[in-house]
Design a protein around this ligand. Structure first.
Ligand code: NAI
Length: 740
């Protein structure tokens, strides 16, 4: 089956998201709604969306729009028709009747329903039509959510389902998991159950919402929104509707029923307009007192709001065994929630799927959990788990596991895909070294470095791992969400607070040496970034010999935002790239001025398409839609570069003072317009000093080391400046930049 054209019916949140993503995959797509006005407005929303649904906004007109009366002929040419109209069975049935009258023979028709079973959706179809009808359940926002559930039943043509799955993996880059026609399918059945357990246990154990979110969050490998924060984000009213649908669809004795019961506080919140972030607030709300915004949290018992209290569990890595064996209420809560999730998920095997690892994958891709329930069980250990669990009657999976006590029950991961992913490779590779910030694996005849810190922030140990891993070809990539959010600012500030600037200088120097080493080592170094590739993260990537980037990367040298300049070779490398352009050959100031703007404004690209014109990504770098494929493509590059020779060192001819004066003029204009303030001037002048070559002239040739030295000097001046330290502290505390 070849999918060359797609029609989407319904241009709301999901229809427009799916259309945008097909456009990202360069597949011609037509978006139809009741009127062309509605679908045109949807296309406008796609254009303006933040974070952007389109990888390349210039391609917006590749999405054709129309209405279901005048433009329905588009269905005749489509290889795949996706229905994404409101969740109403009568409307959906009418649309299927119309589609099946017009569709090309054999074309696939799917619904994006989140809750209606195939059995009901397809009840009016003929036997032949049923073969080609399935559910393709995309998650919102479509471009960014890795999970796609393809729901089938006994009537489907399995070859067709498999080729649709392959298309969605290869072309759309989704983690496409095929599952059975059961309520809530895979992800939501477990994910919503988990949320309900986390919530009802918090009520039962009298935890505050901040406490519950602090446990059911990062320490469990779950996003930091936790449960109450996530409820606010999704919408408390929407969650109530989802629960009603589960209550209706699931058997009366399903444990879900117990945790989905109506909670009076929730009903009250909905009735009073506290539906979450889109409403007046929810479990959390922003309150303004004395012109100051204060985040407040509701007390589950008194139902009153008061300012949130920070809960520090003193945990910075996920270690479930440590967490559940804590002798406090947090440990007890964690065990109670985790064990219930494991019990429920395992009770659904083989009903919802016979491949339990698919459930883990759905939780990782659809809910951004670091591990799914079965991986949690593996991490706790079979023996430990059964020593503590109370009962598990009628749970075939756990009964069998209890009999054989097989600690290695898990077997392979990511069985759902044929792609050779990093997750599949890691268990087969040898971990040759590790430190507190990175792991080094040897696989076949090359090394892999995976950063292991929070947001993969970089410190001395991360650099040490990279440097030690260049004795073979090297792939730098992570299974976690981010490639790297940059240098670990807390680590840096700890030295600054003690006045230990020598240690900072030593670290930055080592960072530079390592990046230079990556670039010129005997064997090829490949960075395979996804997620955030910021600051130091970008410096590692762009000083690698090859880049294999996920198309959704967020990339930028953002150091000026915290009052610093890129000092791991970022200024130098981007300047070098710009100085290779035709314009730069005519005007020696062209490249430095361009880079001054790019770095000065901390310009950030939200895709490889945006990163390329900034020269963060090179035309020859590989851009990959499916994050799972980063490893395979990187491995192929190693195989194709058996005769690799490192690049020649680059040199620079920069104008020095006259160029710096030009840059300072730009800064003065911004200062007069109040775009930047006093410290902005100071930071800008340091950046100008680096990019103009410092005390040099155009006829003097500077080496890479000269540029590294300039970067380091400016960085050190700035980090010793109190105003930079204020910026860093503010960003660490609030996640936002301080303009000073
Ligand atoms: P929405 O309310 O944003 O959009 C529905 C669109 O369908 C509207 O533009 C409406 O004008 C159009 N429509 C209604 N009747 C129509 C008809 N007869 N012909 C053509 N267009 C018609 O809904 P949303 O959120 O996009 O949901 C669509 C489907 O996706 C639903 O089945 C929903 O359950 C499912 N879903 C929603 C998710 C979400 O996060 N919003 C997530 C996953 C699935």
């Amino acid at each position: 089956m070849n999918i060359k054209k797609v029609v989407i019916i319904g241009s709301g949140t999901m229809g427009s998201g799916i259309a945008a993503h097909l456009c990202n995959a360069k597949i011609p797509v037509t978006l139809l709604d009741l009127t062309t006005d509605i679908s045109t407005q949807a296309r406008d929303r796609i254009y303006k969306s933040r974070p952007p649904l389109l990888i390349d906004k210039n391609k917006i007109n590749n999405i054709k729009v129309g209405n279901i009366n005048d433009d329905f002929d588009a269905v005749k040419d489509a290889d795949w028709v996706v229905e994404a109209v409101v969740e109403r069975i009568d409307i959906k049935h009418n649309i299927y009747e119309k589609i099946f009258k017009s569709r090309k023979p054999g074309a696939i028709v799917s619904s994006n329903t989140s809750s209606i079973p195939i059995k009901i959706l397809s009840e009016k179809l003929t036997k032949d039509e049923k073969k080609d009808f399935c559910i393709t359940h995309f998650f919102n926002p479509v471009r960014y959510m890795g999970l796609l559930e393809i729901v089938k039943n006994e009537n489907n043509d399995l070859d067709k389902i498999n080729s649709l799955k392959k298309f969605c993996e290869d072309e759309l880059g989704k983690g496409a998991i095929v599952c059975n026609d059961t309520p809530g399918f895979l992800g939501n059945r477990i994910g919503v159950f988990a949320m309900q357990v986390a919530m009802t246990e918090a009520f039962r154990m009298k935890l505050s919402i901040e406490e519950a979110d602090a446990v059911f969050g990062r320490p469990m490998g779950i996003p930091k929104t936790g449960v109450f924060g996530l409820y606010d984000l999704i919408g408390i009213d929407l969650m109530a509707d989802v629960l009603k649908s589960f209550i209706k669809e699931l058997p009366k004795n399903d444990p879900f029923q117990e945790v989905a019961k109506e909670i009076p506080l929730i009903t009250k919140l909905i009735e009073t307009g506290y539906t979450g972030r889109k409403g007046k607030g929810g479990f959390y709300r922003m309150n303004k007192t004395d012109n100051k915004k204060i985040l407040e949290a509701i007390n589950l018992e008194t139902e009153e709001y008061s300012s949130t209290k920070k809960i520090d569990l003193g945990i910075d890595t996920v270690n479930l065994n440590l967490l559940i064996s804590r002798k406090d209420k947090y440990g007890e809560y964690a065990w109670s929630v985790i064990s219930k999730i494991i019990k429920y998920a395992s009770s659904l095997v083989p009903g919802i799927t016979d491949k339990f690892n698919d459930i883990d994958e759905a939780m990782r891709l659809g809910f951004n959990w670091a591990m799914g329930p079965f991986e949690m069980l593996k991490s706790i250990g079979v023996k430990n788990f059964f020593e503590r669990i109370d009962s598990f009657e009628n749970n075939k999976f756990l009964e069998k596991l209890n009999q054989n006590k097989d600690e290695n029950f898990y077997g392979e991961r990511q069985k759902y895909t044929n792609i050779e992913t990093l997750g599949k490779v890691k268990p087969k590779a040898i971990k040759i070294d590790k430190n507190k910030s990175a792991d080094i694996y040897r696989f076949k005849d090359f090394n892999i470095v995976e950063f292991t810190t929070k947001a993969c922030a970089l410190d001395y140990d991360s650099m040490d791992a990279l440097k030690n891993a260049t004795d073979k070809p090297l792939i730098i990539m992570n299974e976690s969400m981010q490639f790297s959010a940059g240098v670990n600012l807390t680590y840096t500030m700890n030295f600054a607070d003690k006045g230990d600037f020598k240690s900072i200088e030593k670290f930055i120097k080592y960072f530079q040496d390592t990046c230079k080493h990556l670039k010129y080592s005997k064997y090829p170094v490949i960075s395979a970034p996804s997620g955030l590739v910021l600051g130091g993260g970008e410096e590692v990537a762009i000083q690698s010999n090859f880049v294999v980037a996920h198309t959704n990367i967020v990339m930028g040298l953002v150091e000026t935002g915290v009052g610093l300049v890129p000092a791991g070779g970022g200024c130098k490398e981007v300047l070098w790239r710009w100085s290779q352009t035709e314009e730069a050959k005519k005007d020696p100031d062209y490249a430095p001025l361009k880079v001054f703007n790019i770095i000065g404004y901390a310009t950030t690209a939200t895709s490889t398409v945006e990163a390329e014109p900034l020269k963060f990504i090179k035309p020859e770098d590989k851009k990959v839609m499916n994050r799972n494929s980063l490893f395979e493509v990187s491995k192929k590059l190693i195989e194709d570069n058996k005769n690799f020779t490192p690049p020649k060192e680059c040199t620079f001819n920069l104008s020095g003072k006259p160029l710096k004066d030009k840059m300072v003029k730009i800064l003065e204009k911004l200062y007069n317009e109040k775009v930047i303030l006093d410290h902005g001037m100071v930071v800008g002048e340091e950046l100008a000093n680096v990019l103009s070559g410092g005390n040099t002239s155009i006829d003097k040739t500077l080496s890479e080391d000269d540029l590294y030295r300039l970067e380091l000097e400016s960085f050190m001046k700035l980090i010793e400046n109190k105003n930079t330290q204020d910026r860093i502290k503010h960003t660490l505390a609030t996640g936002k930049p301080l303009v000073n």
